[in-house]
Every structure is written in C-alpha cells, then in structure tokens.
Design a protein around this ligand. Sequence first.
Ligand code: B12
Length: 429
Amino acid sequence: MHCRILLALLLGLLSPGLEAKKCSVNENEQSSVTYLLRQMVNSYNPNDIPNPSILLALRLARDHSLTTEKEMIKQLKEDAVSRVQNNVTFSSGTVALYVLALQASCDDPQNVSALNSSVNLVQLLQKKYNDELENIQHHSSPITNYYQLGLDVLALCLQNVSVNISALLVPTCEARQYTYGSQFSVDTASVAVLGLTCVKARKDLSEAEKKKVRCSVCCLVKKILNKGASCGVIGNIYSTGLAMQALSVSDECYSRPLWNCNKTLQKVLREIPLSTFDNPMAASQITPSLEGKTYLDVRGKTCAADQDNLTISTTVPPTTSPPANITVTYTVVDGVNNTFNNSIIITVPLGSTFLTVMQKAQASNNNTFSFTVTPSSWGPYVTSVHGLAASDSERTYWQLLSGSNPLMQGVGDYKPLDGENLVVKLSTY
Ligand code: B12
C-alpha cells in the first residue's frame, strides 16, 4: 500500500479522547523492575568487556546503584580509549551504544578521557556510519546489520549531528532491509523507528523531508503492529521491549485499539518471575519500557538528582536435591552445502543448558561434534561446528532449533526438556 494512503488511513482511525494513558508499572509492580535492575547490577564484572546496553538501561531507570554505575562508566571510558588506541574491533552499533550510555550518564561522548588520553566517540561514530553506507553502496549490505544502523542514527541524532538516513527509509513500505532470512525483524524496525523519530524532530529538516520520514516511520510501525500477538507479545518476547519503545513514540501512526500497551506490559510482568529476562542483556532491553522510558529520553537526562536507592541483595540459591536426568537428541547439520548431518543421544541433568549438551557431545566424539563459540553481549554465540565456520560475507549462521522451530535464546541460556530434538544447523539469513 502506498505510504501516504496508509498514513491517512491510520490517522483517520484516531479519535480524540482515545489517547493511551501513560503505560508503566505502578508502585506494586515496581519490585519486578527492581529484580531486573539487580540482575544487571550483579552482572557487572570489572574484568569483562563493558556492556553499554546495561549501563544505558540502569541510567534510564528510576532507582540507582550509583557506585556500580560510576564503575561501569569508568570501565566504558577506559575500554573506548583503549580500543581506539589499539585499533581493536569496535562495530558502529557498539560505538553508538557507548555514545548513548555516556550521554545517559551526563558524560560527554565527544570528549572521553581515560588512561591519560581522550577520544571523540561521536566523530568516530560518524566515520563508522559513513563506512556502513559506503559498504551498502558497493556490496548492497552494511558492514554489520541494519539494527546497528538504526542505533547509529539514533545516537548521532541525539548528539545533534545531522545524518543521512536514506538507508533506513522505506518509501514503498517494503522494508526489505528489516528482514533476516524471510523474517521481519521487530527489533531492527523498532530501533529504526526510534532513530527516525529523533531525526523527524530536527529543526533543519524541510517539510518534504519530514513527510518522507513520517511516512517511513508509520510503515514500520504498521509492520511492527502486524507482529503483535493476542497475548501482548510483539514479535517475540525479546523484541517486545524495543517494540514498546517504538510504539510509545509513534502514536500518531495508529489508533488505540491497534495496540493495548497495558496488555503488553502485563504479559511482560508475568514473564519476569519465569526467569525469561534473567540474561542481563534481555533485562537491559526490557526495563526502560517498564518505566515508560525510551532511548530518546537520554536527551535531556539530568543526573544530579539521581538517588542511590537501589539496595543490592545477593540471593542465596536454595539447596536442592540432585536433579533428575533428561535425554535429548542432538543433531549438527550443514543446511547450506549439505555436507554432513549427524545425530547423537545425550543425557544431562535437568536444568542443563544447550551448551552443556554440545560440550557432552563434543567430549564423546570430538571430530563430529566439535564446535566453537565467541563471547557476546548475549552470551556465547556459536561460530563453527565440525570445523565449518559461519560467514557474515556469505550471510550464513549457525541456527539453533528445537525440531524445526528456531529457538528464541542462545546456547548459554536455553534449557532443553526431556526428549527434545536439539539442532544446530548452518543456515542463511
Ligand atoms: C542481527 C542479529 C542476528 C544476526 C547476527 C549476525 C549479523 N550479521 O549481524 C543473525 C541473524 C545471524 C542472528 C542469529 C541469532 N540470533 Co540474533 N539478533 C540480531 C539482532 C537483530 C541485532 C544484534 C546486534 O547487532 N546488536 C547490536 C550490537 C552492537 O551488539 P553486539 O552484542 O555486538 O551484537 C552481536 C551479538 O548480539 C551477536 N548475536 C546476534 N544474535 C545473537 C543471539 C545470541 C543468543 C547470541 C549469544 C549472540 C547474538 O551478533 C551481533 C552482531 O555481531 C538482535 C536484536 C536485539 N534485540 O538485540 C537479535 C537477537 C540478539 N538474536 C536472537 C537470537 C535468538 C538469535 C539466534 C539464537 C536465533 C536462532 N534460533 O538460531 C541466532 C544465534 C545462534 C548462534 N549462532 O549462537 C535474540 C536473542 C534473545 C535471547 N534471549 O537470547 C535477539 C534479541 C532477537 C529476538 N528478539 O529474538 N542474530
């Protein structure tokens, strides 16, 4: 459907008085947010690579653990300076997250001082973003991915840098750049909506440009809403937090009945005690929207009044009797060139992770079931199996499945059930 007609149609549905009330946790529900904030604070390790997404979420929260946040800021700055000094990999999206986290900490990302040196992360981000755009011109895809391009635009815009957004626009509402494989990525579109929403408010934009941006935002919002399920989840549970942020800044694109924010909020709250967001990265992407915040709120963030009121208790896990065992089938398959397809039956204690199954298979047959992982913000990321490495340039990755269903979690988090068919399959995206 043509973008302008869509906008008119969606606006036509809007009627006064139906505006959504602020959708965020109430005082009774605040303990769920506290639980997630603690998960993030407790995950801080001075010897790890810093996680800017976690610092950003902690900074946007109502309650704070200021000592830990200060240490995180220091670690982030030292890491940024040392990466630049030593020419260590620093993807555009990572730089963007560093910029957002520092801005949310009332620190200047244009002048990051640490280790007796200083760097301008905004300038670096501009260069990295231009490299991404050049790569699109020459190779039809960015160096990283469109999720990171969305983060780049968002961070640059919030730093008042005027930025070329043509790569994120969807003039015909097709949104091909927002799909991985054949799947529309709610996460990627949501971050783009946030970035484009910031750009739309810029004073130096002409009316015609504004219209183009508004149109693309509403196309993406329509596609995000299409991924809404009746239970309140948008995309999957892990894209829901970013989708909530995107939808809350774009209500000019839809009418109230198309999205019930409180229903989504209640669904997320029910998932928290089920450990769904225990991965600190998952916690970081859901907490802002629980308190009605978005990444756009880093602009205008003040820090002086922050209260050091988040008490950190380390909960002692209850002692349990030895767990029962489960038996699963584990298959490794080259789904691209069809060079191998091998299975093994593995027994592990109930509550073990997918990674434990892989390690046990590798221990029993090191040739067939060998694998490598690389650490990432979400935990271990599978990079090769049976000596075969996935390749970004060929757009292949090691996909995780249960039977034929792709998993929503990585090998470090997913806990299989008895009798499950776990599959690691080389696939294209
Ligand atoms: C792009 C992307 C991918 C790309 C990554 C490669 C590429 N060329 O960029 C592809 C399509 C290959 C991919 C694969 C997977 N992904 Co993915 N991915 C994303 C996305 C949209 C953006 C990541 C990003 O660039 N972040 C910004 C940069 C700056 O941060 P980063 O930490 O450096 O990013 C790297 C890691 O995040 C890593 N990565 C990407 N996905 C995953 C998933 C897991 C579990 C791990 C450990 C690492 C990882 O690749 C990124 C680029 O190098 C996120 C969305 C989100 N909300 O975060 C989902 C997301 C992180 N992915 C997810 C999942 C589930 C997967 C898969 C497990 C799916 C599957 N069933 O196989 C696999 C990973 C399997 C493996 N080999 O271990 C979930 C994770 C949820 C969770 N609780 O763990 C997310 C949140 C999407 C969602 N809403 O479900 N992914």
